[in-house]
Write a protein that binds this ligand. Structure first.
Ligand code: C5P
Length: 309
């Protein structure tokens, strides 16, 4: 092959590679309302993507492969990127849309954190593949595929704050005025070294049904916040998954209490944990707050400033 052809081939490869941002999310409101016949839980949640997340690069290839810059992340079939790729291949098999893809994941979102990292990566994979294949799947089909991959995948098909219902797969954008109250808000996210497994957290609630918030009360909370144009993002914060997590992992409420007392913050856990977050006033003393997190949870604690997208 002469140099010109080789250069042309290299250029085509570069041009057909794609890079997709996979944001982390926070659950500002998370009300688990009860257990369903299928074993999952119904919930009402307001979730917002962040301007912080992973990056997934994909380029057309013969088979499907995944590499990651974080050796702790498994790159086998348990990874949601590969599950998404095989779901995409099945859904488009009749159209022979794409032979395969090689993925490279730049992992920034901590795992087992309640920040939606794996789910977001899966949706990034769907987006990348659909784009490389020339868009064979429409919006409705992407929603259907995302929902099958995980309860909180569908939210990542939206670019701003959403309301989630059902087991999390029924998603609608927050009305524009309400979204405006959230977008751009500064947050600090912090996670101890340990993680919390989502199935464990839901099982704790199932074992103690008193921790469910009845659906009518959850909807009333949401309606009250939506209806009050002056209510700040802080007034929305709620998470009834905290109770079980805080009872077992006492380092969580210990620090959150300290942040309330010392800095006047209103910190919460995100999703099923173990990551927590606090909305920050623009003049918040971030170095001092970070120092308090590290003093309580150790130097290995993850701390990251971001904004709601
Ligand atoms: O859907 P996803 O794979 O993220 O869910 C992981 C686990 O969390 C489920 O197997 C289930 O145990 C629990 N779950 C639940 N209700 C939800 C979402 C998740 O019980 N709405």
């Amino acid at each position: 092959m002469d140099c010109f052809v080789a250069a042309l081939l290299a250029m085509t490869r570069v041009m057909s590679a794609i890079s997709v941002f996979a944001p982390a999310k926070l659950n500002l409101l998370l009300a688990v309302t009860g257990r369903r016949a299928d074993g999952f839980h119904d919930l009402v949640s307001v979730a917002a993507p962040l301007d912080f997340g992973d990056t997934l690069r994909a380029e057309p290839a013969k088979g499907i492969t995944l590499e990651c810059d974080d050796p702790a992340v498994p790159c086998d079939e348990t990874n949601l990127v590969l599950k998404a790729a095989s779901a995409f291949a099945k859904a488009t098999a009749d159209r022979r849309a794409l032979a395969g893809a090689s993925f490279f994941l730049e992992k920034r979102i901590p795992v087992g954190a309640g920040l939606g990292g794996g789910s977001s990566d899966a949706v990034a994979a769907l987006r990348a593949l659909n784009s490389l294949a020339g868009g064979p799947l429409g919006a409705a089909q992407l929603v259907e595929l995302a929902a099958k991959l995980g309860s909180d995948c569908a939210l990542f098909l939206h670019d701003g704050p959403v309301v989630m219902r059902g087991r999390g797969e029924r998603v609608e954008p927050l009305p524009a005025g309400a979204a405006q109250r959230l977008r751009g808000r500064r947050v600090l996210i912090f996670k101890p070294e340990f993680s919390i497994a989502t199935p464990w957290a839901y099982a704790q609630m199932a074992a103690n049904p008193a921790t469910y918030l009845p659906a009518v009360e959850a909807e009333a909370r949401l309606v009250a916040w939506l209806g009050d144009a002056r209510a700040p993002a802080e007034a929305l914060l709620f998470n009834n998954m905290e109770r079980a997590a805080f009872a077992k992992f006492v380092a969580l409420p210990a620090l959150l209490d300290e942040l309330r007392e010392k800095f006047g913050l209103a910190p919460r856990m995100s999703g099923s944990g173990s990551a927590c977050f606090a909305l920050l006033p623009e003049d918040a003393p971030v170095p001092a707050i970070t120092a308090a997190v590290r003093a309580a949870w150790g130097a290995s604690a993850f701390v990251r400033e971001a904004r709601l997208a």
